[in-house]
Design a protein around this ligand. Sequence first.
Ligand SMILES: Cc1cc2nc3c(=O)[nH]c(=O)nc-3n(C[C@H](O)[C@H](O)[C@H](O)COP(=O)(O)OP(=O)(O)OC[C@H]3O[C@@H](n4cnc5c(N)ncnc54)[C@H](O)[C@@H]3O)c2cc1C
Length: 431
Amino acid sequence: MCLQEWRNGFDTSRMRYSVFSLAKQALRGHLDWPLAWRDPVPKKHYDVVVVGGGGHGLATAFYLAKNHGIRNVAVLEKGWIGGGNTGRNTTIIRSNYMLDANAHFYEWSLKLWEQLSQEINYNVMFSPRGVLNLAHTESQRDQYFRRGNQMLLNGIDAEWMSREEIARFVPHLDCSENTRFPVLGGLMQRRGGTARHDAVAWGYARAASDLGVDIIQNCEVQGLIREGNRIVAVDTSRGRIKAGQVGIAVAGNTGRLAAMAGLKLPIESHVLQAFVSEPLKPILNTVVTYGAGHFYISQSDKGELVMGGDLDFYPSYSQKGNLPIIEEAVSAGLQMFPILSRVRMLRHWGGIMDMTLDGSPIIAKTPIDNFYINGGWCYGGFKATPASGWVFAHTLANDAPHELNRAHSLERFETGAVIDDKGAGPTAQWH
Ligand SMILES: Cc1cc2nc3c(=O)[nH]c(=O)nc-3n(C[C@H](O)[C@H](O)[C@H](O)COP(=O)(O)OP(=O)(O)OC[C@H]3O[C@@H](n4cnc5c(N)ncnc54)[C@H](O)[C@@H]3O)c2cc1C
């Protein structure tokens, strides 16, 4: 029996993670934990093939099986699951959007985050420690008031914090009036926060696999076989697989996959970097974003400061970034937190962002009958993971959008009904 056959026969059935299973395994020296998910040989045919084993593809497969009873599903991943943007992001979760279409979608996502660990029986370490957007000018303060009021009208929590309140809440933040861009106050969403990115991919993979979904790693989709107006199969590095429906959730590679089907999308691929410091004792108990530049920071449970800034501002498929952007981001960080001036950086990396021309995602049917797109997440797709999977599964199962993603169509770029939350106009890199 080869290793693969042995693994296929391996009974991953179902040890729930709990204090009891932990105690039982501890007594056995932790020697017989089952595999978290099966590692099957690809079948010749699936009802649904989802391309991309990041959080979105895996969540889609999970909700297809759980909410719609569609279990003959494969998730095809060219590398390892969570090796794309899901495992590279700064893990900020929030629903502080102004426009209705985004506000309701991201708020549903936040609600799913709040009970996700229980739902998939995997600790995703969701930590609602709050997300605070700092305002440094009066016009920015007006803009945040407007957004906060809109959030409240949509039933989403929002709170204005004065400079004094912020100084007490984030004691190491420089709230003095002598800085170049003094803090005037900030828009706080207390239910926002962070989660452990890898755990999201692993948790959804395990839960989907339990329900019968095949998760196939090291399986690159290299071509889409089209007959008339349908995709009938996908050509992969592990052979041809027939498919009833094909959905793609490949983030920065969305344009490439769509091109295989003959579609050109309003999406550009750009590098976004993130970096972490050496581990420190707890100094920051929330997520803070800088308003006089582009910088965001939080502290992970390991103690590392997790930081990010702008895109690198040129289209690229390379998963590494340039030094000037790091310098710019770090200088913004030091204006906020001068006490960090001697902290050492541990590592940095890049991910490929799928930037749309209005800054909002596309979760939709395409003009090809059985081909669906989940992409265009720009900076913000990690927080969207649960709702994205939820509505994409609905779209695949019903061949029609869910109420929450009806506006996130492809047609909006033709009709002009764009969802431009930032008001940045049709320039992908400014979103
Ligand atoms: C540095 C950085 C910081 C970020 N910070 C945040 C943040 O704080 N908050 C937030 O909400 N979002 C953030 N994001 C965005 C967020 O990470 C992404 O939008 C989200 O993770 C996308 O998930 P996904 O599942 O769509 O993509 P991915 O996790 O990238 O998964 C797509 C998968 O598709 C696979 N794939 C590609 N082509 C093929 C092929 N031909 N065949 C098979 N598989 C293929 C890839 O290998 C990859 O694993 C950040 C992103 C980066 C890079």
